[in-house]
Write a protein that binds this ligand. Structure first.
Ligand code: ADP
Ligand code: MG
Length: 358
């Protein structure tokens, strides 16, 4: 879908703002929902907060929106302290997981709704709503009722509605999690395209690592109300700072290893250690399935336990001579000759590995 130039010119006529969350704490009784969360989103940046259920993602987003108050800490948007400013004065567009459209209003009326609240006249509302529906590729369904749209279409309308009044900040709380896998993948690309086009600073909350890595400029991994690591997707994936991040972002094997002089001996290879690794001695190297290389033949002492076909790739579980089970990722052709019980050798192909205490 290509966006028409009308939408592009009017959607980008606002300058982006920097958003700062400063040492946010929020307690509910004895629960520390946020335990000192600090993040600065650059103007126009899309940051994804990624983490397991209950780690404080929604709390962070609600505090930024003004729907909840921090126990301490500040919210600063465009250099202005908004901590005490009520939600309806904060100029933020939001999209939630559940379909929040008015079911008996048309797509266009739903998008116009926020503009009406802000006193925009009927002619301008209509023009603006149509521009926004074009931007999300739904102008053809402008006069359909929301309850006649698919889940994915409804979320596009919700995005159009959130952006219609040109908010300074866009907040997305698991907007794709109620959709099926194929629609989810399409819509995440679509949301990213629209966000780049309008340039609105965006906080996106999700528990889905694929979504976060695919969409965000930077991903913040949260654990128990704190940020474990905030980095570009590639950095987060290739250089996780600790085991929580490594485990949460991608499946990991743990393999006995020995660190000497800043590099690790593991499965017959020597690989530099990543920051955060133990300094010396025996430990466990964290290795992703795609960092393992299988070669067929006796001599390696490992055997294939099972192979599972997953479309473009396959995953093989392999048992090493010392009884450790490892999961390796293979291309379709590499998996073709690997039957259960086949002898293999296993090697590592990685630029750096995190090694933890055993
Ligand atoms: P996430 O969105 O990452 O799943 P939340 O921010 O919703 O997590 O919740 C973080 C923690 O705060 C959880 O332990 C949750 O039970 C608790 N919590 C959130 N909102 C409330 C509330 N209104 N009252 C009491 N506890 C809450
Ligand atoms: Mg949540």
């Amino acid at each position: 879908m290509t966006a028409p130039s009308t939408a592009r010119s009017s959607a980008t006529d606002r300058t982006s703002v920097e958003v700062r969350l400063e040492d946010l704490r929020r307690t509910y009784g004895t629960v520390h929902a946020l335990d000192g969360l600090s993040i600065t989103l650059a103007a126009g940046e899309l940051v994804a907060l990624l983490g397991p259920s209950g780690c404080g993602k929604t709390t962070a987003l609600r505090i930024l929106a003004g729907l909840d108050e921090p126990t301490s800490g500040r919210v600063v948007v465009g250099g202005r302290d908004l901590t005490a400013v009520p939600a309806n004065k904060r100029d933020m567009g939001m999209v939630f997981q559940a379909y929040s459209l008015f079911p008996h209003l048309t797509s266009r009326a739903n998008v116009e709704f926020g503009l009406k609240l802000r006193g925009v006249n009927a002619a301008k509302r209509r023009t603006r709503a149509m521009e926004m529906l074009e931007l999300v590729g739904l102008a053809v369904h402008a006069e359909r009722y929301a309850n006649q749209l698919s889940g994915g279409q409804q979320q596009r309308v919700a995005l159009a509605r959130a952006l219609a009044f040109q908010p300074s900040v866009l907040l997305l709380d698991e907007p794709l999690s109620a959709l099926d896998a194929k629609v989810r993948a399409q819509l995440r690309d679509e949301i990213r395209r629209v966000q780049l086009e309008v340039g609105t600073t965006t906080l996106f909350v999700t528990h889905d690592q694929d979504e976060a890595l695919a969409m965000a400029d930077r991903v913040g991994v949260m654990n128990a109300g704190r940020l474990e690591q905030l980095d570009a997707p590639q950095v987060l994936y290739s250089a996780p700072r600790n085991t929580f991040v490594a485990d949460f972002v991608g499946l990991m094997n743990r393999v006995p290893a020995e660190v000497v002089d800043g590099s690790v001996s593991v499965l017959g290879s020597r690989v530099p250690t990543l920051d955060g690794s133990i300094r010396t001695g025996r430990g466990l190297a964290l290795i992703r399935p795609e960092q393992l290389v299988l070669t067929r033949g006796e001599g390696g002492g490992a055997r294939v336990v099972s192979v599972s076909f997953q479309g473009p790739i396959s995953r093989a579980t392999v048992r090493t001579a010392d009884g450790t089970d490892l999961v390796a990722q293979l291309s379709g052709s590499a998996a073709a000759g690997l039957a259960e019980g086949a002898p293999v050798s296993v090697a590592v192909d990685a630029a750096g590995l995190l090694v933890t205490a055993p």
